[in-house]
Design a protein around this ligand. Structure first.
Ligand code: NHR
Ligand code: GAR
Length: 192
């Protein structure tokens, strides 16, 4: 199962996937490329260190979302992916993009969806006084963070938590959740 990862930033989730792959824990999945919309994403270095091909396609070089997304499709398809994984990818994708990768496109989101779609999830969980938050892997549809849930993991909120400490605890849980879902997809254990 050929997996193309899209990133925007630090890439700690990407590192988790790379580590599972290096330890033969990713089933039949193989990360065949990492593509970033920002040149400075630390995740690009992580991919380079693991000898995984990388590409940068900056959204700033395109006049609008549609032009960026169509160029992104062209680049991604050269790697012939079975699955495209958003791994901390921070650009909303157009309906055309989502349709093109129908049943092949997944995302990890740092909340227990349907709670807290969009950005600043940890801040909102803290402000709401939630005792639990978590992370969700879901199929991507044109409506942001609204596609069917594949798997979730629950994470406790502590009384003393700040946005940073909560984010770190959720991120830690994400680092097992996303690799396990990609492994299970490759093993045919997850329905699309
Ligand atoms: N695209 C579609 N069509 N559907 C989804 O479910 C998507 C998606 C693109 C990204 C990840 C998502 C998340 O897990 C994701 C899911 C970015 C934003 C956002 O508002 C919202 C949700 C997600 C990712 N991005 C701003 C934008 O204008 C830019 C913010 C920035 O650059 O920092 O695209 O949370
Ligand atoms: C992760 O918490 C991921 O769930 C979240 O960004 C972080 C990326 O961390 N994704 C989104 O918020 C998508 N909008 P990483 O770059 O270290 O993997």
């Amino acid at each position: 199962m050929r997996v193309v990862c899209l990133i925007s930033g630090r890439g700690t989730n990407l590192q988790a996937l790379i580590n599972w792959q290096a330890n033969d824990m990713l089933g039949g999945a193989r990360i065949v490329a990492v593509i970033s919309n920002t040149e400075t994403a630390l995740g690009l270095e992580r991919a380079g260190n693991a000898k995984i091909p990388t590409k940068v396609l900056s959204h700033q070089d395109f006049p609008n979302r549609s032009a960026f997304d169509h160029a992104l499709i062209q680049v991604i398809d050269t790697y012939e992916p079975d699955v495209v994984a958003l791994v901390g990818f921070m650009r909303i994708l157009t309906g055309d993009f989502v349709t093109h990768y129908d049943r092949r496109l997944i995302n990890i989101h740092p909340s227990l969806l349907p709670k807290y779609k969009g950005l600043n999830t940890h801040k909102r969980a803290l402000e709401a006084g939630d005792n639990y938050t978590g992370a969700t892997v879901h199929w991507v549809t044109s409506e942001v963070d609204a596609g069917n849930v594949i798997r979730q993991v629950k994470v406790p909120v502590m009384r003393e938590d700040t946005e940073e400490t909560l984010k770190a605890r959720v991120l830690d849980a994400e680092h097992t959740l996303y690799p396990s879902v990609i492994r299970d997809l490759s093993l045919g254990l997850i329905e699309c």
